[in-house]
Write a protein that binds this ligand. Structure first.
Ligand code: GDP
Length: 471
């Protein structure tokens, strides 16, 4: 959240904190002093925006340490198609001790929460795949604390497995590897562990620090162990939030329901969302008319890390939109209107269609930072390109590699680039048909190269040219 507000990379903040001796993750709450230190460290001015300021999104407001209470972890399951993500989500849902008792009916609301025997809770995002994960992240919503990477033991590492690894790393989120389909003939978990090494995922059994567990979503084996590992990871993360404040949350899913009107599934980030609360969500506003949990039960309030369907919205928000409870309806409308305006402005002025137009867009502003997505044919090339791009950054203009990876340009690369107005650099790789189609719609530019020097030269020349002689 803080990274977003400073327009910095979350991973860079985590890295800086790490260097300062504070190993934290992207979604962890940090105290006010640390936040201030970070803001200064990154060369930003600290502005404490008052409540009356219209742009509540710019408000860097932290909860005091003593208001923070432990909250459940939020887990996303990623992996290659058919490796068992949906099956595992279903199997884990079955471990919920209250589900049976409550007599509720499973509602697919985009996320669910299980209560374990020891009363602790885990929240799972129900939309598997890195597409949803990246889309959310591209919209500035880092809600996932832990990624469970599912790899089928009979199939091994596949392209989407590797993509999921890269996206998880880019997000700076810790990973647990679930080696699935262990019941099958031909299952070879050891081979999975070995192949993971090639992608710098070193599991415990290979003397690394990434937890791994053998499971069968079909036979429901290894689930307890997986849950234990999630709990252990969550403990290390020391996840906390202040439940006693006006709620802030993130849209997991939005839809127009025939009978109920606009409905959004909100994951509460901090505070407690209550019936009657007035809120702004993305460019919509509303008043909480009802709250429905993942078991179809009407509830009165939802605290941190709890997914809940909210009724009473003016329209359908987008996944990743932030929700904030505000003091009155006039203010809700005001902020929603303001956000609508900001959104349109952004869309018309800052989505560059090419490197050239991006540079001219940059010329007008002084805050010169530009995003890129880099795809190349080998890991070595990716590293060389990213390293070289980082080196040509200056005080005046700074490259920001949003995502880099090995392989052809995919839809998820385009989604990420489109959300940030970034061009995609393809080194010896090309987009697939679907990616091209989405790129056309979202006006994402592709740049192809086969010589690193050409790539760097072109970027450098563009930078120098656009900065003008005084630079
Ligand atoms: P997803 O595409 O990753 O969501 O994968 P699914 O959950 O849809 O699973 C793909 C196929 O693998 C389905 O036919 C499942 O029944 C099967 N499957 C999933 N988990 C297991 C498992 O642990 N063992 C076996 N034998 N089959 C499984």
């Amino acid at each position: 959240e803080l990274a977003n507000r400073m327009a910095e990379k979350g991973a860079d903040l985590v890295k800086t904190l790490f260097k300062m001796g504070m190993p934290v993750t992207m979604t962890q709450t940090i105290d006010q002093d640390t936040a201030e230190l970070l803001v200064t460290e990154f060369g930003h001015n600290l502005t404490r925006v008052s409540d009356s300021d219209i742009d509540i999104a710019a408000d860097i407001e932290m909860d005091a340490e003593d208001t923070l209470k432990a909250r459940p972890p939020v887990v996303t399951i990623m992996g290659h198609v058919d490796h068992g993500k949906t099956s595992l989500l279903d199997a884990l849902r079955g471990t919920d001790v209250v589900r049976g008792e409550a007599g509720g009916i499973t509602q697919h609301i985009g996320a669910y929460q299980v209560t374990l025997k020891d009363k602790s809770k885990i929240t799972f995002l129900d939309t598997p795949g890195h597409e949803a994960f990246t889309q959310m992240r591209a919209r500035g919503a880092d809600v996932t604390d832990i990624v469970v990477l599912v790899v089928a033991a009979d199939d091994g590492l596949m392209p989407q497995t590797i993509e999921a690894i890269n996206h998880t790393k880019a997000a700076g989120v810790p990973m647990i590897v679930a080696i699935n389909k262990i019941d099958k003939d031909g299952a070879n978990p050891q081979k999975v562990r070995e192949r993971l090494l090639e992608h710098e995922v070193i599991v415990e059994e290979m003397s690394g620090d990434v937890q791994d567990v053998e499971v069968s979503a079909l036979k429901k084996t290894g689930l307890d162990e997986l849950i234990e590992k999630i709990q252990l990871q969550a403990e290390l993360l020391d996840l906390k939030a202040n439940p006693d404040r006006a709620a802030e949350g993130t849209v997991i899913e939005g839809k127009l329901d025939k009978g109920r009107g606009p409905v959004a599934t909100i994951l509460v980030n901090r505070g407690t969302l209550k019936i009657g609360d007035i809120f702004v969500v993305g460019a919509e506003s509303g008043k909480v008319r009802a709250l429905v949990d993942d078991k179809g039960r009407q509830i009165k309030e939802a605290g941190p890390a709890m997914p809940v369907e909210v009724l009473g919205l003016s329209g359908v928000p987008l996944a990743g939109d932030p929700l904030s409870v505000v003091e009155n309806e006039a203010r809700a409308r005001e902020v929603a209107e303001y956000r609508k305006g900001v959104k349109t402005d952004k869309r018309t002025t800052s989505v560059p269609a090419s490197l050239e137009s991006m540079f001219s867009a940059l010329k007008e502003k002084q805050a010169i930072e530009y995003p890129l997505v880099v795809k190349a044919d080998t890991q070595g090339t990716v590293e060389a390109i990213v390293g070289a791009i980082n080196k040509i950054s200056t005080d005046l203009i700074k490259a920001r590699v949003l995502h880099s990876g090995v392989g052809g340009i995919t839809e998820s690369d385009v989604t990420l680039a489109g959300a940030s107005g970034a061009p995609i650099i393809g080194f010896n790789v090309r987009p697939n048909a679907k990616a091209r189609e989405i790129a056309e719609r979202q006006k994402v530019a592709f740049k192809y190269y086969d010589v690193i020097y050409d790539l760097i030269d072109e970027i450098r020349a563009g930078m120098a040219g656009e900065l003008g002689p005084e630079a």
